[in-house]
Design a binder for this molecule. Structure first.
Ligand code: ADP
Length: 224
């Protein structure tokens, strides 16, 4: 049973998609003087875009979602609202994916009003068109059905979360799991395999976090 539609994205695909995105930007005649990565997801694509378009100037802005106490309302915030002067410069804001687009809209508005660039355009590797509140000026892939893209830069974090979700859901019926049982359950639930190195790292993290306990060859879910 696949519970969350998930696609594992490889490093090779990231290079291919970033190269394709850079080609689109070039073909459309936009020549950025500076690239701004939306932190954290935009870092790798932004660095590659700098390479492909031969741009020297790269900075970043952290825009992210905060869950408020009630967990009902979520709003995006600029985490470190520092000030730089971009007057006279053409800026390109780069992110990995535009999902709801909230964090990107916030970053764009902040940059336009606080940093004052001559021009400001948005580029993203992927754009989830049915749900996004904003269409990036440049994108490489239009995603027509929502899916979770398991990017290489969140592999440890996502694997840890996914394993935790699976095991905690089943904790009342099964508390002791072998490595292979967890792996099989993970693959059936998410339809991807992240490789043994990431899998072991994530399991170690869950032990360090006190969610699992390792007893000989089995992982035991700790009851809190
Ligand atoms: P939101 O504002 O809903 O968090 P954004 O579209 O602003 O959504 O995305 C914020 C960041 O969350 C993205 O830059 C990306 O790193 C991550 N993200 C959002 N949706 C996905 C997805 N479907 N697959 C992988 N990562 C995602």
């Amino acid at each position: 049973m696949v519970r969350v539609p998930t696609k594992l994205v490889t490093w090779d695909e990231i290079v291919e998609w970033s190269m394709g995105l850079a080609e689109t930007i070039k073909r459309r005649g936009f020549k950025p003087d500076i690239v701004i990565a939306v932190s954290r997801g935009g870092y790798v694509p932004a660095r590659l875009i700098c390479d492909f378009l031969l741009v020297d100037n790269l900075i970043s802005l952290q825009s992210q979602h905060w869950t408020e106490a009630a967990k009902v309302a979520e709003k995006a915030l600029i985490k470190f609202p520092y000030k730089v002067d971009l007057s006279g410069l053409r800026a390109l804001l780069v992110d990995d994916i535009v999902d709801t687009g909230d964090t990107l809209i916030l970053a764009k508005d902040f940059i336009a009003s606080e940093w004052n660039p001559k021009d400001l355009k948005i580029a993203a590797l992927q754009w989830i068109s049915p749900v996004a509140k904003i269409k990036p000026d440049f994108y490489y892939i239009e995603v027509k059905e929502w899916i979770w893209f398991q990017y290489p830069w969140t592999r440890h974090e996502d694997t840890t979360q996914f394993i935790k979700r699976i095991l905690l859901e089943k904790k009342e019926i099964k508390r002791e799991w072998s490595y292979n049982e967890i792996k099989t359950e993970f693959e059936e639930s998410y339809g991807i395999f992240v490789g043994d190195a990431y899998f072991k790292l994530a399991l170690n993290t869950l032990v360090e976090l006190g969610i699992l306990e390792k007893k000989n060859d089995v992982f035991v879910i700790k009851m809190t």
